[in-house]
Each structure stands twice: as structure tokens, then as C-alpha cells.
Design a protein around this ligand. Structure first.
Ligand code: NAP
Length: 280
């Protein structure tokens, strides 16, 4: 078994972004919107700002109160869309109940949609004409590339079909010529499906959900889940201790897929800058 080191690979990706920005003598700008007081969202936003500082990306933070109306938020996005100094716009999800996530995503200019959530970018993803990448799935692909694990011809089983992870993960795996199965809560005999996987991606959100009897010998296991165990410690969706001895490669949690998401966000902000300045 070999460990896929997401911390090291994410640092390499961020360093490449930093070097490209320094070499070009530019300063891309990312606007991050946070609505409300969710502590986990605050941690994510702070980490994104730190990564921006590392890469030489200017970050603007808009921290709005919990009671912000949808109209107020959409007005802010409209203003940022029209501001040529802003290259990327990200609204940290989830947003409070009075605001429609769909409306927020639809409002962001697709050229500034560094999360790759807008329908235009999702369409581009599935038709193979993408430039901005879905952050978490693209981070998984970057890990595979770093370790020269080629998905072509392999059977990739993805557990989870969210718009943020499972579905775009399938699109990227297909684009790289894997044969893809997507599983979800209605999948009959999940264990049999998972046992087919040469590459197994877990994006469920349940601690120790993928057990050793669900994993084929020699499989590559990519654990996207971020959960807390009974002791309050971070853990993934895979029962790491029991699964690790069966597999060829595996991501730990923390330090696997997690750090890659922000690294791709930095890449996307640079790409958005290039799209807007027509230098791509
Ligand atoms: P989500 O929207 O809750 O989706 C979970 C998926 O798991 C759904 O498609 C659901 O199926 C499926 N599922 C639930 N129970 C199942 C079962 N018993 N059998 C088979 N499938 C089942 O979650 P998400 O946003 O994709 O996130 C998944 C995990 O990744 C979470 O732990 C999240 O924290 C983590 N995450 C990490 C990053 C990162 O690394 N930076 C980014 C995003 C998410 P249905 O569709 O049928 O309900």
C-alpha cells in the first residue's frame, strides 16, 4: 500500500500557480462572499484567503450578516460581476434558508465562476470544452496524475452523486477514458458495485462507510469524505485502517483529497484572470 500525499501535491500545485503569477507580473483577484456565522464555513474561507496570500492572489472578503436577503446578495454579485478588477467570485455554501443556492450560482458570471458550479460551466464540463475545473474532482485527478495513475480503461466506481463532487467527478473520469459507475443511496447491492472498482472514489459524507469487504485487492481508493468520528477527530468515508492493507494506493483523511480543493481554486482564479484578459 502507498499513501497519496495530498498535502505535498497541493503545495506543488499552489507553488506552480504562485510562480506563474510572479513570472507574468500580474495580480489576479478573488472575491469571497460569506453569509452568516457558520463556523465551518469561516474556517474554509480563512484557508482560502491564506492560499491566496501564498499564491500572490488578492483576496476580497465580503462577510454578510445571517439575515441578508437574496436581493442584497444578488446585488453584491452583480456589482462584482461588473468590476473588471475582480477575476473570481465565490459564495461559500451553504447559504441561509431565505436565499436560493440555485439563484446565487446562476447569478455569478460564468467567466468568474471559480467553483465551476454555473450551468454554463457544468455544460462545458460534460461536453469536454472546459477551462475552469470543478475544484474537488479536479483535485482528485491531479493526485492521480502526480502519482502516474492513469484512469484510462480502468473501472472507476464513484459513491455519491452530488453536483459538487460525484457528478463532476464522473465527467472528469470519463474525459480521461475510465469506465464509470455512479452509486447513490438507491443503488442495489452497493458492495458488489464497489468490488468492481479499480479506482474507488468515496464522496458520501459518512464516517467509515466504505469497509474492507467492499474494496477489491489492489484498488486505488480516493476518499473525499470529511467527517468527524466519535472522538471529534477528522476522518473520511473509508475505514482507512482496515482498507489500507488491501489497496495499491489510498488517500488519508486529513491530508488526502481535502487540501487539493483549495489548490485547484487557486488554479481556477488564475485561469479566470486569463479568460478575462484574453491571455489563455
Ligand atoms: P452530499 O451532497 O450529501 O452527497 C452525498 C452522496 O452520498 C449523495 O449522492 C447520496 O445519495 C450518497 N449516499 C448517502 N448515503 C448513501 C448510501 N447509504 N449508499 C450510497 N450512497 C449514499 O455530499 P457531498 O457534498 O458530495 O460531499 C460528500 C463528502 O465529501 C462529505 O463528507 C463532504 O464533507 C466531503 N467534501 C469534501 C470536499 C473537499 O475535500 N474539499 C469538498 C466537498 C465535499 P443520494 O443522492 O441518493 O442522496
Amino acid at each position: 500500500m502507498q499513501i497519496i500525499d495530498g498535502k505535498a501535491v497541493s503545495l506543488a500545485v499552489k507553488t506552480d500557480v504562485r510562480d506563474a503569477i510572479a513570472k507574468a507580473g500580474i495580480e489576479p483577484c478573488l472575491a469571497v462572499i460569506l453569509v452568516g456565522n457558520d463556523p465551518a464555513s469561516r474556517v474554509y474561507v480563512n484557508n482560502k484567503k491564506k492560499a491566496c496570500a501564498f499564491c500572490g492572489i488578492r483576496s476580497l472578503e465580503y462577510a454578510l450578516p445571517e439575515e441578508t436577503t437574496q436581493e442584497e446578495l444578488l446585488d453584491l454579485i452583480d456589482k462584482l460581476n461588473r468590476d473588471p478588477a475582480v477575476n473570481g467570485i465565490l459564495c461559500q455554501l451553504p447559504v441561509p434558508g431565505q436565499i436560493s443556492e440555485k439563484e446565487v450560482i446562476a447569478k455569478i458570471d460564468p467567466k468568474k465562476d471559480v467553483d465551476c458550479f454555473h450551468n454554463e460551466n457544468v455544460g462545458r464540463l460534460w461536453t469536454g470544452s472546459y477551462r475552469i475545473l470543478p475544484c474537488t474532482p479536479a483535485g482528485v485527478m491531479a493526485l492521480l496524475d502526480h502519482y502516474h495513475i492513469d484512469p484510462a480503461g480502468k473501472h472507476c466506481v464513484i459513491v455519491g452523486r452530488s453536483n459538487i463532487v460525484g457528478k463532476p467527478m464522473a465527467a472528469l473520469m470519463l474525459a480521461r477514458n475510465a469506465t464509470v459507475t455512479i452509486c447513490h443511496s438507491h443503488t442495489a447491492d452497493l458492495k458488489a458495485q464497489c468490488l468492481q472498482a479499480d479506482i474507488l472514489v468515496a464522496a458520501v459524507g459518512k464516517a467509515k462507510f466504505i469497509t474492507a469487504d467492499m474494496v477489491k485487492d489492489g484498488a486505488v481508493v480516493l476518499d473525499v469524505g470529511i467527517n468527524r468520528n466519535d472522538d471529534g477527530k477528522l476522518c473520511g468515508d473509508v475505514d482507512f485502517e482496515k482498507v489500507k492493507d488491501k489497496v495499491s494506493w489510498i488517500t488519508p483523511v486529513p491530508g488526502g483529497c481535502g487540501p487539493m480543493t483549495i489548490a485547484v481554486l487557486m488554479q481556477n482564479t488564475l485561469t479566470a484572470y486569463k479568460i478575462q484578459t484574453k491571455t489563455l
